[in-house]
Design a protein. Structure first.
Length: 633
């Protein structure tokens, strides 16, 4: 029987109905805070404020569980009352009231009490996991007045914390135990709203990094709580069923350490007793640990605090020792040193060999990681900063170029400044300025602005880049010495120099394209001239040399013919008949060598000759030149 006859059934019914009503009220409060957190987090911004949606969503889920529990319990108690009335009247002996199929509320309540905690534990874990995943990449930045956001968060905090405290206090009674998880998550939402108010005030004081850092910590805590629900779901199957207080699976033991009434050790004892199935808190070992826990905790705290007295200076470092805010020793070399414990003493180390860097101008966008080897064009927006430097654009050539005034343009460039701390500048770097890196960045911006304003954009982006780097390095070093930064500038580089991608880059790209086409045409003409001139020179030289050779040949032949003619004239004068005969024979031998010749005697006048001038079809033996045949052999 759910309720014994000795108990007041009406009181049990009222308590069950009150559980239902409190569950509905808690659901309304959770839903209201959930909607307000979602709307304000979206409209006014703030990552932490938006994260309050997660605990209030879980509180709403557990409010539904508590309301269903109260409703089913009320029905079961009413059914039990009807069974008792039927048993007293004894209207029918054949009627077995314990097995009457009409009474199903008790079985429904028993099944709900047995299986619902597992279902709601898995639903809550899934809900937390989905919301944590959705909010992991951050939310909107704060908009409007951060003070107003802090005030609204404070009002919502009061509703969340006070309602959570009320439900947790009410859950101390066994009838209202299912209200405890809802109250714990309402208090958790209130704590998140309190953190949201603190981060809003920090944002108002120019501490913009507090909100995302706190949001990331809260997300990790909520993820741990979600993992605890799954772990409790698994552990519940191995818990001994030896009695003891029934504890819903979806009730967080981690939250119970901070939200339930009583001390931490009491909550730990209850968790151990519930898990192991017997009174672990009654053993001598637990009693010893409970008595010695806080002394041991204090000893460990003192021990860890004493560790703040020991400090080490590395091989490449220089140490500075402080006590009560005053420097008592400086330029300390490598070794172990002792100071007063924090916060009374402090020890700072500086590296004089470490190369540090700050970036002036365009800063790489860390949210958009580089993918592969993709080429980024001028016309494509990239980089995380919008700092533009004014650069002169000088006119290109022309008769009136000297009279034309130089126009200006904007240049985006990333200028990494690499430096190191000088050994004699440790105090200047560490104590003279609150943020020396920011001062160096402003010095770099001033030096870059001063140099670019008096330079040509085309020259800075091409041939005079090294000169620009050296000039800015010298200027930055001079200004850093004047500001007593205590650093040595090692290098200044110019990277990714290009016009702004929004409006200037497309027009400048067209100008650069036209200049490239002009330069290409000039280079092609020079290449053609370089190819044509040697060929023309070679052809001219060949013609001249051919003419000179022909001249020498003609002169030599003419001189030889002249000499031969003169020799022939002298020969003819000496022996004319012999000269004519020799000339005739030479003619026959040279010019008539290929002709057929017939020799006829001049003294035989009455002889008749028949001559056949036809070409012979074959060569007779008598016609063969035996001399040539012998030569061939």
């Amino acid at each position: 029987m759910i309720v014994s006859e000795s108990k007041d059934i009406q009181s049990a019914i009222e308590n069950a109905r009150l559980t239902f009503r409190l569950g509905v009220i808690g659901g309304i409060i959770s839903a209201g805070l959930l909607l307000l957190s979602a709307i304000l987090g979206t409209v006014r911004g703030g990552q932490v404020l938006l994260l309050a949606v997660i605990p209030f969503s879980v509180a709403l889920l557990f409010a539904v569980a508590a309301a269903l529990y109260g409703m089913l319990r009320a029905s079961a108690v009413q059914e039990e009352e009807e069974k008792l009335l039927l048993a007293k009247r004894q209207e029918s002996r054949a009627l077995d009231v314990e097995e009457d199929v009409r009474f199903t509320a008790g079985r429904s309540f028993a099944h709900y009490s047995k299986y619902a905690p597992y279902v709601f534990a898995i639903l809550a874990a899934v809900l937390i996991g989905v919301l944590v995943r959705c909010f992991w990449n951050g939310g909107h930045e704060m908009a409007g007045s951060p003070i107003h956001t802090a005030l609204i968060a404070a009002v919502m905090l009061l509703f969340g914390v006070f309602s959570g405290v009320f439900f947790i206090g009410q859950s101390r009674m066994p009838f209202f135990r299912w209200l405890r998880p809802m109250g714990a998550w309402l208090m958790t939402g209130g704590v998140v709203l309190g953190v949201a108010g603190i981060t809003a005030i920090a944002f108002h004081n120019n501490c913009t990094g507090a909100d995302p850092a706190a949001a990331r910590v809260i997300l990790w805590i909520l993820a741990v709580l979600g993992a605890e629900l799954i772990l409790s779901f698994l552990i519940e199957f191995y818990r001994p069923r030896t009695g003891g207080e029934v504890r819903p699976v979806f009730e967080s033991r981690l939250l119970a350490l901070f939200t339930e009434p009583g001390g931490i050790m009491r909550n730990v004892a209850q968790a151990l007793d519930y898990q192991f199935g017997f009174k672990v808190s009654g053993t001598w070992l637990y009693g010893f640990l409970e008595r010695s826990f806080f002394p041991a905790l204090l000893i460990w705290a003192v021990l860890f605090w004493s560790f703040t007295c020991v400090h080490e200076v590395g091989p490449d470092q220089v140490g500075v020792k402080e006590e009560f805010g005053c420097i008592v020793a400086k330029d300390l070399g490598p070794g172990i040193y002792w100071t007063l414990p924090a916060p009374f003493g402090r020890f700072r180390t500086f590296s004089c060999t470490e190369v540090r860097s700050v970036v002036v101008g365009e800063v790489k966008d860390e949210t958009g990681k580089k993918k592969g080897n993709r080429v980024v064009l001028w016309t494509e927006a990239h980089g995380g900063a919008n700092d533009h430097f004014i650069v002169a654009v000088r006119p290109e050539g022309g008769k009136n170029a000297a009279k034309e005034a130089a126009s200006i343009s904007f240049l985006r460039v990333s200028i990494p400044i690499q430096f190191r701390i000088r050994e004699d500048g440790i105090l200047d770097w560490g104590y003279r300025h609150e943020d020396p890196a920011a001062i160096l960045r402003r010095i770099g911006e001033e030096a870059a602005t001063e140099y670019f304003a008096s330079s040509s954009m085309q020259e800075v982006m091409s041939v005079r880049r090294e000169e620009a780097e050296n000039a800015m390095k010298h200027r930055i070093q001079t200004m850093a010495d004047e500001a007593h930064l205590g650093i040595e500038v090692l290098s200044v580089s110019m990277l990714d120099a290009h016009p702004p991608a929004e409006k200037v880059a497309p027009a400048y790209q067209e100008v650069i394209g036209a200049m490239e086409q002009k330069e290409t045409a000039i280079l092609e003409a020079q290449a053609y001239a370089a190819k044509l001139e040697p060929e023309s020179s070679a052809d001219a030289q060949e013609t001249v040399e051919a003419a000179q050779a022909y001249q020498r040949r003609v002169k030599s032949v003419a001189a030889a013919e002249k000499e031969r003619f003169q020799a022939q004239c002298r020969t003819y004068e000496v022996m004319p008949e012999m000269f004519r005969l020799r000339s005739y024979l030479e003619f026959l031998e040279t010019e008539g060598a290929a002709l057929r010749k017939y020799v006829i005697s001049a003294g035989l006048k009455d002889e008749v000759y028949q001559l056949n001038f036809e070409t012979k079809e074959r060569l007779d033996l008598v016609d063969t030149d035996l001399t040539k045949l012998s030569d061939e052999k």
